[in-house]
Structures are given as structure tokens and as C-alpha cells.
Design a protein around this ligand. Structure first.
Ligand SMILES: Nc1ncnc2c1ncn2[C@@H]1O[C@H](COP(=O)(O)OP(=O)(O)OP(=O)(O)O)[C@@H](O)[C@H]1O
Ligand SMILES: [Mg+2]
Length: 294
């Protein structure tokens, strides 16, 4: 496995949830490669498989089939101890539900220091731990609230503490499931900008799941999931000056069998409702149109 190919490589991930009388296909052969240092948003309708994918990347769930390589390692071949270390040190995870991220009776600073005490690898002294936690609090603009307990912080501030906690063990990858789900619009942009800062200043690979399509303007790559598969993606275009412009070029995924999924709104616009489409090769383009068009 060539780790330079991507820090995250998903190959044909399948997840079937079996309940008493029902099987749910949450992931249907998902292929996705995320490069080291990328800032990616994953979007998709409710039930499309976003959390299922993120949980797998976080080592919290296993697939029914397929492969997943993270940082050059085959995630599902790790021993129990290796997997615990992976969850503690390679990835940082932010849940939508604050209660899962934070310990209520500790202040902000101690919440951030706590995970570093259980980290096997980064043997930091108490002083180093506190200094690192303070640096993280400054990065999330809460340097002045280090001693506050959670009850004394607003929802948006608590979520920012959660971001700092997720980074406490210096992970290479930050995974966030709807991190802006419970905060207002102004705080959403705030939080997205913190992710950008982590990405740009600390070089962390960031994957954010979101419903909110307006937030996707703030990232470099947007991957859209539909029915448990990547259906299309958008890449931010860089201007010659190097500045990232807000418009995103759209790409559809071409699978190994040559299949492409056409976004739903395109189908609607062209009134493509049947199961055939006119296909024509026009020099360096493939043209798709309604069957009755000439
Ligand atoms: N533990 C489970 N048992 C059975 N089915 C499940 C389980 N977890 C998820 N599913 C089903 O798998 C599919 C994908 O769920 P998932 O949570 O990944 O969706 P999602 O894209 O994160 O949705 P949302 O935007 O609502 O959070 C859904 O149909 C869901 O009902
Ligand atoms: Mg979800």
C-alpha cells in the first residue's frame, strides 16, 4: 500500500446493518481517497451513509466488505491494542452531541489536558501538557476562558472546546460529524474557520460531515455521498495568484466499470426520467442529452 496515494484510502466499502427483519445497505461499495493535508467536507442527504463512513474512519465500526487504509495501515488488520492506539493518537473525533465530547465537572483547560494523560506515545510533562492545551485554547479563541467549567460556557464555546480536545493528542487526522449542527450561523462560520486554521497551521487532514451546503464554500474539496456511494465532488479552484476562489468545479465519479452518476438536479433540468440517455462523443467531450433530442 502506497501511503503517498492518500492518507485515507477507501476501496469498495460496504456496510450492511442487520436488524431483526431488515437489512440496511448503508454503504454500497464506496471508493474515496483523501490526500494528506486536505480539508474535505462530506455532504449528503440524511441516511446516505455519512456517519457510517466517518465511524469507520475513526475505527469505531467495521465494514461488511471492502478495504480501508489510513496512514499506510490496513485499519481492519490492526490488533486490539493497535486499534486503541489508532483511536487515541492518529485520529481526533468530534461528535455532534457535545455531551459525548466534554466532561462537565472539569474546566476547559483540564478537559483538553485529560486525553493527553492517557496517550501512550506523546510523553509530555505536566508543564508541556498545560502549555499545549493553552495553545489550543488560543487557537479556538478561548484563551481567556481556560478556567471556566462547561456550564459557564455557551453552546458554541463548548463546541470550540471540543475542537481543541480532539487535537489534544496531536492526531494526523481530524474527523467531525456535523460539528456545526447545534450552533447558530455566525458560530458555524467561526467553527469552520477554526478547522481551516488547524488544517493550514498544523497541517492536519480534516474531514467534516455536514448537511449545510453553505459551509462547503469554506473548504477545498466537497465530496457528495448518495445511497452509500460517492456520487460527485467539487474542488475549489485556485486563482493564478494562489488565492482560493469560492467557486468549485464539479466532478462526477467514474467507477472501474465506466459508470458515472449524474446529479439529480441535472437529470431534472434535462427532464431525463427514463432509463436511457442519448450519448455522443464530441471531440474531447461526452455529451448526454434526452433520448428524443437529435
Ligand atoms: N446501527 C444501525 N442499525 C441499523 N441501521 C442503521 C444503523 N446505523 C445507521 N443505520 C442506517 O444506515 C443508513 C445510513 O445511516 P447514517 O447514519 O450513516 O446516515 P447519515 O448520512 O449520517 O444521516 P444523517 O444525515 O441523518 O446523520 C440509514 O438508512 C440508517 O437508518
Ligand atoms: Mg449522520
Amino acid at each position: 500500500m502506497d501511503s503517498e496515494q492518500g492518507i485515507i484510502v477507501c476501496e469498495g466499502l460496504v456496510k450492511i446493518y442487520k436488524t431483526k427483519d431488515l437489512e440496511v445497505l448503508a454503504l454500497q461499495g464506496l471508493d474515496l481517497t483523501i490526500k494528506r493535508g486536505e480539508l474535505t467536507a462530506i455532504i449528503g442527504n440524511s441516511g446516505s451513509g455519512k456517519s457510517t463512513l466517518l465511524n469507520m474512519l475513526g475505527g469505531l465500526d467495521t465494514p461488511s466488505a471492502g478495504k480501508l487504509f489510513v496512514d499506510g495501515r490496513d485499519l481492519f488488520k490492526l490488533t486490539g491494542a493497535e486499534l486503541s492506539d489508532y483511536k487515541r493518537s492518529t485520529v481526533g473525533f468530534i461528535w455532534q452531541n457535545n455531551a459525548r465530547n466534554l466532561i462537565p465537572y472539569l474546566n476547559a483547560l483540564d478537559n483538553i489536558c485529560l486525553p493527553t494523560r492517557f496517550s501512550g506515545s506523546g510523553k509530555m510533562t505536566e508543564k508541556e501538557r498545560k502549555a499545549w492545551a493553552m495553545q489550543l485554547l488560543d487557537m479556538v479563541d478561548l484563551g481567556n476562558k481556560a478556567q471556566k467549567r462547561l456550564g459557564e460556557l455557551s453552546g458554541g464555546e463548548q463546541q470550540r472546546v471540543a475542537l481543541a480536545i480532539a487535537l489534544s493528542n496531536k492526531p494526523k487526522i481530524l474527523l467531525a460529524d456535523e460539528p456545526t449542527g447545534s450552533v447558530d450561523a455566525a458560530n458555524c462560520v467561526n467553527i469552520m474557520n477554526i478547522f481551516r486554521k488547524f488544517n493550514e497551521e498544523l497541517g492536519i487532514t480534516v474531514v467534516i460531515v455536514t448537511h449545510d451546503r453553505t459551509l462547503t464554500k469554506l473548504v477545498n474539496r466537497v465530496v457528495s455521498i448518495r445511497d452509500g456511494k460517492v456520487s460527485s465532488e467539487f474542488l475549489a479552484r485556485e486563482e493564478t495568484s494562489g488565492a482560493v476562489v469560492l467557486s468549485h468545479d464539479e466532478f462526477a465519479v467514474l467507477d472501474r466499470a465506466g459508470r458515472v452518476q449524474i446529479p439529480e438536479d441535472y437529470l431534472k433540468k434535462l427532464k431525463l426520467t427514463g432509463n436511457t440517455v442519448r450519448l455522443a462523443l464530441d471531440n474531447d467531450r461526452v455529451l448526454l442529452s434526452a433520448p428524443e433530442s437529435a
